[in-house]
Ligand binder design. Structure first.
Ligand code: J2J
Length: 564
């Protein structure tokens, strides 16, 4: 890399000044950085437990001594306001301390998922011009520390590799040491208080669920993310009595800030981190910690219901609400939650790009089981349009556009993509097809974007196709969603082989693994065809392919036929 990294502001699309002023005057944007807000919420109760992970229990006082200590040490490493840290940490206490430290300092964490691999992280590090990477040493047998060093070597901007769980390689710094309590807590606090970041600057970057070949970074400012959390806290009734369990990856927007771990801490509650969403892991944690609220994708909720129905006897009586979001819940799943798990289901429809909808406590059953909720913030604007871009008649399905105080006006450093993903007057084109009811609740009816939603994990079809084209025998490839009883959707690849070539699913999978792609993106069925169907304008007809795979799946009775 020859040029100096650009400042964070250059690739960031701000809200128009009049809109920003309106959000501020309305009190939606507080004009206070998130680190300051979160720390103030903690001051009221320094002795209360804030964070639990396994045997680790931190009071608010402990948590902030560590966060301030970490902020000072990041500064000592030369990380400056606007620098980015690629954070790929599982649900460990260091994730929370590091995130709070970044929010205090104005260093911007980029929230990657533990399942990402070299392919994704390398691109994200380049795009963000990351100055540091934070990883666990190993996770589920995978050497994250080694991968982080490979990425650091390839990406000229990365200066530090921070490793949780005992680093083993030269050049790694111990994240546990970095997150130790400040040696002079009052002085650390005073120094950080004296120099807070700009509340209108990006506080963190989230990853887009994505339809593009390369991942897109979503800059979320202190003001806008705080506004989202305030309203998610209100919609989910979080408060000092809340014990929120992060059962899904904490780096995901749903678990992080919707209201999630940060929302629990902002509301003066408690966050509990679980290592896996497996009910055999999670239910004992709910029992022990008296968890009141949690949020999961439908595939996980289904596993919990089935585990319970299979005779689990853990005491789940503390559980008040179970948020279900990220994908459309199948059949009668939502109706089974209350009788089986004994808590209120709360459907959520949200996106890292900002908009969050929830059903509310007290909503009639028909609303809770039949809709994906309504926006949490009254200033969120929704517009449902047809393919011509014009509003559809009320109640008709159409593509959802949204705008609001938590919906950024552009992805980071992506002007060309922004021109497609946003309208000139700032609406974000979600690509989701919804029906908006007269009562303001919406129903997700489908999707008008080239994405596969594998149990809540979003896979860009274009990215899978780009990778499949690297397979020598593949002339053309098209990835589509195939229906699946457990995950909702899985990835199916249609391929046209080159003349005389033999292409097998294993070949595609091996090539994608060689490229370092995350496992959840791997196709689970390959259909070989002589030609791909085309639309009248000559594009690949994905709808025809989806119809075709649906037929095949219903004939086989499974999305993964033997020998496919
Ligand atoms: C159908 N599709 C849904 C739902 C999201 C709360 C909840 C979810 C997310 C999330 C989030 C859906 N039914 N109930 O960030 O704070 C699909 C849509 C949407 C995309 C966004 C939150 N809930 N989806 O899932 O950024 O297609 O956020 O545009 O990962 O997930 O994905 P993501």
């Amino acid at each position: 890399m020859t040029s100096a990294p650009m400042s964070v502001d250059e690739g960031f699309v701000p809200w128009p000044a009049d809109v920003a002023a309106r959000y501020t005057e309305a009190g939606l944007w507080h004009g206070v950085p998130l680190g300051t807000r979160l720390r103030a919420a903690a001051d009221a109760q320094p002795e209360e437990t804030a964070l639990v992970e396994g045997a680790v229990r931190l009071t608010y006082g402990d948590l902030w001594e560590r966060a301030d200590g970490a902020a000072r040490r990041l500064d000592g490493l030369g990380l400056r306001r606007g620098d980015k840290i690629l954070v790929q940490l599982p649900n460990r206490w260091e994730f929370v301390v590091l995130t709070l430290a970044c929010l205090r300092l104005g260093v911007v964490p980029v929230m990657a998922l533990p399942s990402h691999r070299r392919h994704e992280l390398g691109q994200i590090a380049e795009q963000a011009e990351a100055a540091a990477i934070a990883v666990p040493r190993t996770l589920r047998g995978f050497d994250h520390e080694g991968m982080a060093h490979e990425i650091a070597a390839a990406c000229g901007t990365v200066r530090h590799v921070l490793v949780a769980g005992g680093p083993t390689r030269p050049g790694s710094a111990d994240l546990g040491d970095l997150c130790a309590p400040a040696s002079a807590p009052d002085a650390a606090r005073a120094a950080l208080d004296a120099d807070p970041p700009d509340p209108r600057a990006p506080a963190l970057f989230l990853l887009s669920g994505g339809t593009t070949g390369t991942p897109k970074l979503i800059p979320r400012t202190h003001d806008d993310y705080g506004c989202g959390m305030d309203h998610a806290i209100a919609a989910c009734r979080f408060g000092p009595g809340t014990v929120f369990l992060a059962a899904m990856p904490v780096a995901h927007n749903f678990t992080l800030g919707g209201p999630g771990v940060l929302g629990a801490l902002l509301a003066g509650g408690r966050a509990v981190l679980a290592a896996s969403p497996d009910p055999a892991v999670v239910f004992p944690v709910i029992e022990r910690e008296r968890v009141t609220d949690t949020g999961v994708v439908p595939a996980v909720a289904l596993r919990w219901v089935e585990h319970r129905e299979a005779g689990d006897r853990r005491d789940l009586s503390s559980l008040r609400a179970l948020q279900i979001g990220g994908a459309r819940p199948p059949g009668d799943l939502v109706r089974r939650i209350r009788p089986v798990l004994g808590c209120t289901p709360q459907q959520g429809y949200g996106m890292a790009e900002g908009l969050i909808c929830f059903t509310r406590q007290g909503d009639p059953d028909e609303v809770v089981s039949g809709t994906q909720g309504r926006p949490i913030c009254p200033a969120d604007e929704l517009l449902v349009v047809g393919e011509d871009g014009r509003p559809v008649p009320p109640g008709e399905p159409g593509i959802l556009l949204t705008r609001g105080p938590s919906t950024p006006r552009g992805y980071y450093r992506a002007p060309e993509h922004n021109a497609r993903a946003f309208t000139p007057d700032g609406w974000y084109i979600t690509g989701d097809i919804v029906r908006l009811r007269p009562d303001g609740y919406l129903v997700v009816a489908g999707r008008d974007k080239d994405m596969i939603n594998r149990g809540g994990e979003k896979v860009s079809a274009e990215e899978v196709e780009d990778l499949a084209h690297r397979v020598a025998g593949v002339a053309q490839a098209a990835a589509v969603a195939m229906p699946d009883a457990v995950l909702g959707e899985r990835v199916c690849l249609y391929a046209v082989p080159r003349p005389g070539a033999r292409v097998r699913l294993e070949d595609v999978v091996a090539e994608m693994e060689r490229a370092g792609a995350a496992r959840y993106k791997l196709p689970e069925r390959l259909v070989l065809v002589d030609a791909l169907p085309l639309t009248p304008v000559g594009k690949i007809d994905k709808k025809a392919l989806r119809d075709d795979v649906r037929r095949r799946v219903s004939l086989d009775g499974t999305s993964r036929p033997a020998g496919a």
